[in-house]
Ligand binder design. Structure first.
Ligand code: F6P
Length: 390
């Protein structure tokens, strides 16, 4: 019988976290369960004062539209490499036994862990070491988790990036410049692809398709010849040239498994400027993409995931990952949610659509741009264009 469950949020935040917390808390309370919130990932169980709080009806009121997480999050909360001060130095230390002991002391029957691949791996390891039961809710703006078709936060990140691209369009056009926009996504190009196509980008560079910068320059020269003297290039932070590597701002650390991607837009902008002579600027959207209120689709998805989590807790004794499968939400094995990155497949309909619209991915033959404007068939009478070229 379930009496008490706990919720935590780990890893980078994503818009929609609060909506999941609210849905878990309300749907659990309606079943008569008590709900605790663990703050800052697992840190709340270790050395955080007030690290465990009650998530009563009042604490989750009016939070579903707020970005961030009321529980706080951290990238340094891995209990298997927790920073512990030894001889004046922080040393990665396995404190997982303490975490499990605290959970047992608190009589927590099930942990609902909302997190990305790293957090799911950590919670799964805790389950192997004695955590009573685990329901993982996948989260990341990158939309790159295996096992689920979709993650909440992604649509909001895409909306933020698309709005930024719209704004860059007007200034790029005014100055006849090339604007290179770097978006997040780690080693997957979902955010770049979706925001690029929504924002009407001329080129989109994603990690799944190593680019040849000359192909991108060809597209810019072709636009110039068509009297379109500006261009928007969207670059995923993990994009790389053919035969090259992704650009990192900082390497992995003692407490951080992954390095910090960043800097590719600057490099692409410099190369475009050198090769085409065009005035070029680069911009990194960075953490803006993780901030702000979730868009409605993310709110709805997050609320569905949170309520599904408590349904699964009530319906069986299984641990698992709450996954989106088509239009359904299912409980799938935890292992399905980790171990690989869900990248953009070559047959992605959005990718094919972008190519049909003439977006350059840095891998096409230069002649393909010329073939995009066939002359009108001579037999048909010409109509006046709705919008004459500006
Ligand atoms: O995984 C989400 C994400 O925002 C990535 O898109 C990005 O590379 C990374 O996190 C940034 O992490 P941090 O917040 O540690 O800088």
């Amino acid at each position: 019988m379930i009496r008490r469950i706990a919720v935590n949020t780990g890893g980078g935040d994503a818009p929609g976290l609060n909506a999941v917390i609210r849905a878990v808390a309300i749907s659990a309370m309606s079943r008569g369960w008590e709900v605790l919130g663990i703050r800052y990932g697992y840190r709340g169980l270790l050395d955080e004062p007030d690290g465990v709080v009650s998530l009563d009806r009042n604490s989750v009121r009016g939070i579903h539209h707020l970005g961030g997480t009321i529980l706080g999050s951290t990238n340094r909360g891995d209990p298997f490499r927790y920073p512990v001060m030894k001889d004046g130095e922080l040393v990665p230390t396995d404190v997982s036994a303490r975490v499990i002991q605290r959970m047992n002391q608190l009589a927590i029957d099930v942990l609902v862990a909302i997190g990305g691949d790293g957090s799911i791996q950590i919670s799964s390891k805790l389950l192997e070491r004695g955590l009573p039961r685990l329901i993982a809710v996948p989260k990341t703006i990158d939309n790159d988790l295996p096992g689920t078709d979709q993650t909440f936060g992604f649509d909001t990140a895409v909306a933020t990036a698309s709005e930024a691209i719209d704004k860059l369009h007007t200034t790029a056009q005014a100055h006849e410049r090339v604007m290179v926009v770097e978006v997040m996504g780690r080693h997957a190009g979902w955010i770049a692809l979706h925001s690029g196509i929504a924002g009407g980008a001329d080129a989109i560079l994603i990690p799944e398709i190593p680019y040849d910068i000359e192909r991108v320059c060809e597209k810019i020269r072709w636009r110039e010849a068509m009297k379109r003297r500006f261009a928007i290039v969207v670059v995923a932070e993990g994009a790389m040239p053919v035969g090259g590597e992704a650009v990192f701002k900082a390497g992995a650390g003692k407490f951080k498994e992954h390095g910090q991607l960043g800097g590719i837009a600057e490099r692409v902008a410099r190369e475009i400027s050198e090769r085409t002579g065009k005035e070029t600027r680069s911009i990194v959207l960075g953490h803006l993409q993780r901030g702000g209120s979730p868009v409605t689709t993310d709110r709805v998805l997050a609320l569905r995931l949170g309520c599904a989590a408590t349904r699964f807790i009530a319906e069986s004794n299984a641990s698992g990952l709450v996954a989106v499968r088509g239009s359904r939400i299912e409980l799938v094995p935890l292992a399905d949610g980790t171990g690989r990155t869900r990248t953009v497949p070559p047959d992605s309909d959005v990718l094919i659509t972008a190519r049909q619209l003439g977006v350059c991915f840095g891998d096409e033959e230069p002649e393909s741009f010329d073939s995009m404007v066939p002359p009108p068939p001579p037999s048909l009478p010409p109509y006046r264009s709705l919008k004459p070229p500006s």
